[in-house]
Design a protein around this ligand. Structure first.
Ligand code: GLC
Length: 549
């Protein structure tokens, strides 16, 4: 095992020849969902050796970093977000040397590696929780979780009215009658962050992975660690439906910020600009920006952007609000369209017409990649993969699917293993033609594989490669803090991005009809065919164009 703390990456090139660039401010970060990315050993489940072997695809794609969803020892009650041992690799994903190989290989290819850390809860199979159950009420082992007596005459009712994000009560009763809190599945007991041992343990876990050489962390449920004192009732049902839209006593409490100031000090002790990105579902981007104040974290996912529909006015408003909020704290904005928890944007934007969905998805990608800040790409979006909406119930694994009234429970549809090559499933996901994959792939994915798209200039894959290459070649895309909005017809967004060395104009036609506009510069890249008669260009419906200006 190597214990390198110095990144193998070459020093970052300065933006304008003076200040050194902070790599994460405009990085494009690719999310690998390990179980569905690449299966090295043919058991139907993706793994770390499989992912390592596919890193050249990411290098070729042109991203800066990889974020890996959890691969730690876990009973997989929530696809690895239920961690039983934070320092071990689950045998299903490989071994610790495999993790070390992946990090070293990625660094050799010039890619940074971010790993998930899951501090809000662990698995019910974690040693601490097993001990808490064994040692019983009143034991110190129980204090590391939220155990409470129930309400009602015999304590038969949950201690408060909180609902699990996955549906049903957020409490489960154990054999001796006490209840414990789990904001997610019952197999995911919440840690008690009032307890100093929890703080110490996570400091040590962070150092463990930093010592192994990772470049940073994606913090799962970063908004959930601290609960309001006394665990007060909320007073109404439908909490999950309103999540993110209202303040609740178990999310976004002020106390979480102290934890992240502590974690930032640890990150800063290491060379090589190690970073942390918060998965913080908060009611407003201004609340999210609080996680990024000086001395706290580097980035937070922009879920307000992700949840905005294909609507010019709404998109412009969320871009402005995001930039204002992030600029106020000196943090980069982030942009994301898909991840392992939401319906793929190709399908979200389709309104029942798959071709329209893909058109809009490509247009949305160019919009996202032109905005100042850091962008997140979810595995498979570079292939234009749609959501798989017809999975039979018996193959589904999302715990929310099995619990009523919770988060929609359809998260399996965006987690179907990637198609890489060949004519038959699993399309190169695993080493054996006709071999297993933990979720079935649609037969039509034969035409969406990396191999099928490679070299075809009309393919989504080559489009992503061209977009990422252009983003590298033109610092105006991505760098900086602001957009300059230009006049545009209704339903069209047009803005200029400027950096030392040149500017780029980005025009997005969100309407259902072509628009004709004065040409602002030299055509750089378009998500659909643009025609021009010299002075005027016609931009097709649902498309985006970049012009070097
Ligand atoms: C985050 C993860 C999600 C998981 C949940 C509980 O929201 O992205 O996949 O189910 O946390 O850990």
């Amino acid at each position: 095992m190597t214990q390198h703390v110095t990144s193998a990456l070459p020093a970052d090139a300065p933006d304008d020849g003076s200040a050194p660039r902070e790599w994460w401010r405009d990085a494009v970060i690719y999310q690998v969902y390990p179980r569905s990315f690449a299966d090295g050993n043919g058991d139907g489940m993706g793994d770390l050796p499989g992912a390592t072997a596919r890193l050249p695809h990411l290098r070729r794609l042109g991203v800066d970093a990889v974020w890996l969803s959890p691969f730690y020892a876990s009973p997989q009650a929530d696809a690895g977000y239920d961690v039983a041992d934070y320092r071990a690799v689950d045998p299903v994903f490989g071994s610790l040397p495999d993790a070390d190989d992946l990090v070293r290989e990625a660094h050799a290819l010039g890619l940074r590696v971010i790993v998930d850390v899951v501090p809000n809860h662990c698995s019910d199979q974690h040693e601490w929780f097993k001990r808490a159950l064994r040692e019983g009420s009143g034991s110190p082992a129980r204090e590391r979780f939220h155990f409470r007596a129930g309400k009602g005459e015999d304590g038969q009712l949950p201690p408060n009215d909180w609902e699990s994000v996955f549906g049903g009560p957020a409490w489960t009763r154990v054999a001796d009658g006490a209840w414990y809190l789990h904001l997610f599945a019952p197999e995911q007991p919440d840690f008690n962050w009032e307890h100093p041992a929890v703080h110490d343990e996570f400091r040590s876990i962070l150092r463990y992975w930093l010592d192994l050489g990772v470049d940073g962390f994606r913090i799962d449920v970063a908004h959930g660690l601290v609960k309001a004192a006394g665990l007060p009732d909320i007073g109404h049902e439908e909490q999950v439906k309103l999540l993110g839209k209202q303040a609740v006593p178990y999310f976004d409490q002020d106390g979480v910020h102290e934890i992240y100031r502590d974690w930032r000090r640890i990150l800063d002790e290491y060379e090589g600009e190690r970073i942390a990105v918060a998965e913080a579902w908060t009611p407003t981007v201004e609340r999210s920006a609080r996680y990024l104040r000086a001395g706290e974290l580097h980035q937070a996912f922009n879920f307000e952007y992700l949840t905005t529909g294909w609507d010019a006015a709404a998109l412009r408003a969320v871009v402005d609000r995001s930039l204002d909020a992030m600029n106020a704290v000196g943090a980069p904005a982030t942009w994301v369209l898909s991840n392992h928890d939401v319906v793929r944007h190709t399908t979200r934007f389709a309104d029942g017409d798959a071709a329209r969905g893909l058109r809009r998805a490509k247009a949305a990608t160019l919009l996202m990649l032109a905005l100042p800040g850091s962008a997140y790409v979810y595995q498979g979006e570079e292939l234009g993969l749609p959501e798989v909406t017809e999975l039979p119930d018996e193959v589904r694994q999302d715990p929310a699917f099995f619990r009523s009234t919770g988060q929609d429970g359809t998260r399996d549809g965006c987690r179907v293993p990637l198609p890489w090559s060949g004519e038959r499933a699993p399309f190169g996901f695993g080493p054996v033609e006709g071999g297993p994959s933990w979720l079935p792939q649609p037969a039509a994915w034969k035409d969406l594989s990396v191999e099928a798209q490679e070299g075809d200039p009309a393919s989504t894959l080559e489009f992503y490669r061209a977009a990422l290459a252009a983003r590298r070649a033109h610092p105006a895309l991505g760098a900086g803090r602001d957009v300059e909005w230009l006049d545009a017809p209704e339903g069209v967004l047009s803005f200029r991005r400027t950096a030392p060395g040149g500017s780029v104009v980005c025009t997005v036609n969100l309407t259902a009809a072509p628009v004709t506009l004065p040409v602002p510069g030299t055509l750089l890249l378009a998500s659909a065919e643009v025609t021009s008669d010299g002075g005027a260009a016609t931009v097709p419906a649902d498309s985006t164009v970049w012009w070097a200006a």
